[in-house]
Design a protein around this ligand. Structure first.
Ligand SMILES: *[C@@H]1O[C@H](CO)[C@@H](O)[C@H](O)[C@H]1NC(C)=O
Ligand SMILES: *[C@@H]1O[C@H](CO)[C@@H](O)[C@H](O)[C@H]1NC(C)=O
Ligand SMILES: *[C@@H]1O[C@H](CO)[C@@H](O)[C@H](O)[C@H]1NC(C)=O
Ligand SMILES: *[C@@H]1O[C@H](CO)[C@@H](O)[C@H](O)[C@H]1NC(C)=O
Ligand SMILES: *[C@@H]1O[C@H](CO)[C@@H](O)[C@H](O)[C@H]1NC(C)=O
Ligand SMILES: *[C@@H]1O[C@H](CO)[C@@H](O)[C@H](O)[C@H]1NC(C)=O
Ligand SMILES: *[C@@H]1O[C@H](CO)[C@@H](O)[C@H](O)[C@H]1NC(C)=O
Length: 504
């Protein structure tokens, strides 16, 4: 379990006298603001949330002298670095380095253009010579040429003229650019050299060391999370011998959905089937931009393919409705467009195998989720099978949980909860327990409610769930990797669930 992703690295603040202001020179991770002192040493505390493999047992020595690293009582990696003098304008050097890089790139492009033009010119030279020769021959031998020959040559000459004019224009333009670039680059080199002589304290060198340190802290965290269970060991995949969801990791952003930024509604997940629990089929189903119609979905055989947007199998159905879809046993389950029906789409053939009325379920935004339209009917998969989450007029808009026969779509059993469906932002099932989320603010959701179909018990929880974007369109759980797959305003996120050890 990769818990403890909270990995804090401080910004390094330097006082730059030339700018008269405090400037951060390194960044990258969450900020724990530190004091910046115009005079005297600047201290940079760092922490990684787990103990270190490279700093086991306390203080270690590092490539530059004023650095110490240690592990504190809570197993947190800490190191501090003293920067003895802060007069070096590192920000300007960095800017210069950056500009120099850009300029030299531009220079390369222009240079390659010049080379191209030189080649072209030599070709044209040859052609001209050929023409001259031909004209000379014609001049000498006044019998052998016809008017047609003459015309042909005239045409060729005109074409050459045109080309050469074009060439000259672009060539002249780019010579200027090249000259200008050359001057700029020389200027830049001088400046950098001059600035480097000011670098009494090897700020740049230290900065590089700091980057190396960051890397080490990262490794430290990674190795720690590999073999250091602050957390209870996760239950075996597919097993329900635990006491329910206790906490959730921070999100990992997997990627933007394949259709792009404007496709803010949709769903995604890893396909689950009890016979092949470890299969790595991933599905992504962004809705059309109306947030209602499900037309296109993609399947990827591995997570790598998904990450690289390669080897996707793309299919069209006409049409699903809402972001409530899920995939189970190689079928996609979805509310059918503009109806109270639920449909099973065979993913092998991309055909609707079954379409069936979901008894008394309301649809078309009667009781959708908070902030998300067209999701009156939501599917879930867990260790127990396929579920459908919906509401009816009889339930007065409260959530109804239905266990489905995944082949026939027949409702095997229902549970009526006391939770009003339009006030939750999404739901998911784990081991027969429904979990519901609500929005706390634009950056946070909360898993605040559960209903246990095994016992009929329901109650409140307070599990904080950070998110990247404002709205959560859908949540899908995968029983094998125990992750939540969340569609968050077009971004695909996943989370690790953390379970209570003792069965309730
Ligand atoms: C380390 O810091 C101390 C005091 O801050 C200073 O006296 C010493 O010269 C520094 N050592 C190096 C190698 O910069
Ligand atoms: C001029 O070019 C033509 C074809 O482009 C070629 O057939 C001819 O031999 C060339 N003449 C000379 C003198 O190079
Ligand atoms: C070099 O750069 C400085 C400052 O950016 C500028 O004042 C100067 O005119 C430049 N020199 C040339 C030859 O471009
Ligand atoms: C839940 O996990 C977060 C980090 O993901 C942690 O900060 C928090 O303390 C945990 N809460 C509990 C109750 O364990
Ligand atoms: C899935 O599990 C089976 C049996 O446990 C194993 O033989 C197979 O190699 C696993 N496949 C993958 C992709 O992990
Ligand atoms: C999907 O259709 C194929 C071809 O008709 C069939 O072999 C397969 O069993 C079907 N899959 C499911 C899960 O129904
Ligand atoms: C599910 O439906 C199929 C097809 O109607 C049937 O063969 C199977 O027995 C049903 N399973 C359950 C658990 O009711």
């Amino acid at each position: 379990m990769t818990q403890g992703l909270a990995f804090w690295l401080a910004f390094l603040f330097l006082f730059d006298p030339a700018f008269g202001t405090v400037v951060p020179i390194t960044s990258g991770y969450s900020l724990a603001p530190t004091l910046a002192q115009p005079e005297g040493p600047t201290t940079v505390p760092w922490e990684a949330s787990v103990a270190s493999s490279w700093a086991e047992g306390g203080v270690v020595s590092q490539p530059f002298s004023n650095f110490t690293g240690s592990v504190n009582d809570h197993g947190i990696c800490q190191c501090s670095v003293s920067m003895p003098d802060t007069t070096f304008p590192v920000v300007r050097v960095e800017r210069l380095e950056f500009t120099a890089h850009i300029l030299s790139q531009k220079f390369e492009t222009e240079l390659s253009k010049v080379k191209e033009y030189v080649q072209l010119i030599s070709v044209y030279e040859k052609k001209l010579l050929n023409l001259t020769v031909r004209v000379e021959i014609m001049e000498k031998d006044s019998i052998s040429y016809t008017e047609l020959d003459f015309e042909l040559i005239k045409i060729e000459v005109r074409e050459m003229e045109k080309l050469i004019i074009q060439l000259k224009e672009s060539f002249v333009g780019s010579t200027e650019i090249v000259d200008q670039l050359e001057v700029e680059i020389r200027n830049m080199t001088l400046l950098v050299a001059k600035l480097e002589t000011l670098d009494k304290n090897n700020v740049l060198v230290i900065r590089r060391e700091l980057l190396a340190l960051k890397q080490k802290l990262k490794e430290c965290e990674a190795s720690k999370s590999e073999h250091a269970p602050l957390l209870p060991p996760p239950p075996a995949p597919g097993s329900c011998s635990h006491g329910g969801v206790m906490n959730i990791s921070r999100p990992s952003v997997v990627q933007l959905n394949w259709r792009g930024f404007s496709y803010k509604y949709g769903a995604w997940g890893r396909a689950y089937s009890p016979e092949h629990p470890n299969e790595t089929l991933y599905w992504v189903a962004p809705l059309e931009t109306d947030g209602r119609v499900l037309k296109y979905y993609r399947l990827y055989n591995t997570l790598d393919n998904l990450l690289l947007y390669t080897q996707a199998r793309e299919s069209l159905i006409s049409y699903g409705q809402g972001s409530g879809a899920t995939v189970y046993n190689n079928n996609m389950y979805v509310n059918w467009y503009n109806t109270g029906n639920i449909a099973r789409v065979n993913l092998t053939t991309n055909t609707v195998a079954v379409s069936q009325w979901l008894p008394y379920a309301v649809y078309n935004n009667r009781f959708s989720y908070a902030n998300v339209d067209w999701q009156d009917i939501d599917f879930s998969v867990d260790e127990r099978g396929l579920w459908v989450i919906y509401a009816t007029e009889a339930s007065t808009g409260n959530i109804v949980i239905g266990l489905l026969n995944d082949t026939s779509l027949e409702v095997l059993k229902t549970w009526v909860t006391k939770q009003y469906k339009p006030s939750v932002s999404s739901t998911f099932m784990v081991c027969g327990v429904l979990y519901a989320t609500r929005t706390l603010n634009t950056r946070t959701e909360e898993i605040f409610y559960y209903y246990d179909t095994n016992t009929g018990k329901e109650g409140n929880l307070a599990i904080i769930m950070p998110k990247m974007q404002e709205r959560v369109q859908s949540i899908n759980y995968h029983p094998f990797d125990r992750k939540l797959y969340i569609y968050n305003d077009g971004y695909l996120l996943n989370y690790d669930l953390i379970f209570q050890q003792e069965p309730k």
